[in-house]
Write a protein that binds this ligand. Structure first.
Ligand code: ZN
Length: 144
């Protein structure tokens, strides 16, 4: 029982994101940031973002953690960059629903759609959502 070709491809893309995270590093002119951790796995992520005219014009993250948490945060930055705050919140919600096993249109999530299989591993759901939740909380705090 080997992995299907499609599963091998998914795994390669996820590994590529975790070993070469996109938009990794501290954002110097950030308008907001949020640090969150997932003690059960040891994942620890800080998301930095810059909002101008209600649009996320820059987003980066730093942190350590398992490959799912790093890959997911990397995929999050790619999905969110350039989106309006409303669109970003909608994508975060869509991603959370997907990893909880709900039927959603995953196409707008880009590479992050490849993490759909996480729904079969409840212990990893927090790993996958950590970076997304950090951005969500950071935006909420900035808007208060
Ligand atoms: Zn983890």
């Amino acid at each position: 029982m080997g992995l299907s070709k499609l599963e091998q491809l998914y795994r390669q893309v996820i590994l590529d994101h975790s070993s070469h995270p996109r938009h990794y590093g501290e954002l110097e002119d950030a308008t907001g940031k949020m640090h969150l951790n997932n003690p059960t796995c040891g994942d620890d992520i800080t998301v930095y973002f810059r909002i101008e005219d209600d649009r996320i014009v820059d987003v980066q993250f730093t942190g350590v953690g398992c490959s799912i948490s790093m890959a997911s945060a990397s995929m999050m930055t790619e999905a969110i960059l350039g989106k309006t705050v409303d669109e970003a919140q909608e994508l975060i919600e869509r991603f959370s629903e997907m990893v909880l096993g709900e039927e959603v249109d995953t196409q707008p999530l880009g590479d992050a759609a490849l993490l759909q299989g996480v729904s079969k591993f409840p212990a990893r759901i927090k790993c996958a959502t950590l970076g997304w939740k950090a951005l969500e909380k950071g935006i909420q705090e900035e808007e208060e």
